[in-house]
Design a protein around this ligand. Structure first.
Ligand SMILES: [Fe+2]
Ligand SMILES: [Fe+2]
Length: 191
């Protein structure tokens, strides 16, 4: 099954994205082992999390409309996060993945959500720190925090901090969900 999925990915996402997915698979396995969630399932989720990333916007919208996939108005407006719900849909319809936790972790890998499960956090973070395409200094910072605190929330907080700062710097709009998730982490880490 894994070989078939990799073959499909190789043919349907661009080359850099393919290496990003292979890197994410390895990172998810490591993080899952570190935090005690199922490593094989986390690795599978990470491997396919961007499977719809190379589809054009019109195609994403078509798939969303034809299959009644629930997306927010903000996701439609900002476009970029739309590959997440469609990747989750393809994981089910193309690869036959029925595991809801895997499908949810793919669905919420871009913006995240309030009360993410530990499994979702592992897949979310794997996407941000995989070795093949992510910034080395950033990875180092995250691993330092993980080694010092062993708290995945501290690592996710850094991801959100960097994302929100960069959105502000570029004067982009910020999805209210992102702020909600940020507040959720602040309340839960510093309570
Ligand atoms: Fe993504
Ligand atoms: Fe990704």
């Amino acid at each position: 099954m894994l070989n078939n999925i990799k073959e499909w990915l190789k043919n349907n996402v661009d080359e850099e994205r393919y290496y990003h997915l292979l890197g994410s698979e390895i990172a998810a396995k490591e993080l899952a082992e570190r935090f005690g969630v199922d490593a094989n399932r986390a690795a599978l989720a990470a491997l396919v999390h961007d499977c719809a990333k190379s589809l054009p916007y019109e195609e994403l919208i078509k798939i969303i409309n034809e299959n009644n996939i629930v997306v927010s108005e903000m996701e439609i407006k900002s476009r970029k996060p739309l590959h997440a719900p469609v990747s989750s849909f393809l994981a089910q319809s193309k690869f036959g993945i029925q595991d809801q936790e895997i499908l949810d972790s793919i669905r919420y890998h871009t913006i995240g959500r309030v009360n993410m499960s530990l499994f979702e956090k592992v897949v979310f973070l794997a996407d941000k720190i995989e070795i093949n395409t992510r910034d080395k200094e950033f990875r180092k910072r995250i691993y330092n925090v993980l080694d010092a605190t062993n708290n995945i929330d501290e690592a996710l907080l850094i991801c959100y901090e960097i994302t929100i700062k960069s959105l502000l710097d570029r004067r982009f709009f910020i999805d209210p969900e992102t702020i909600k998730v940020w507040n959720d982490f602040i309340v839960n880490i510093y309570k």
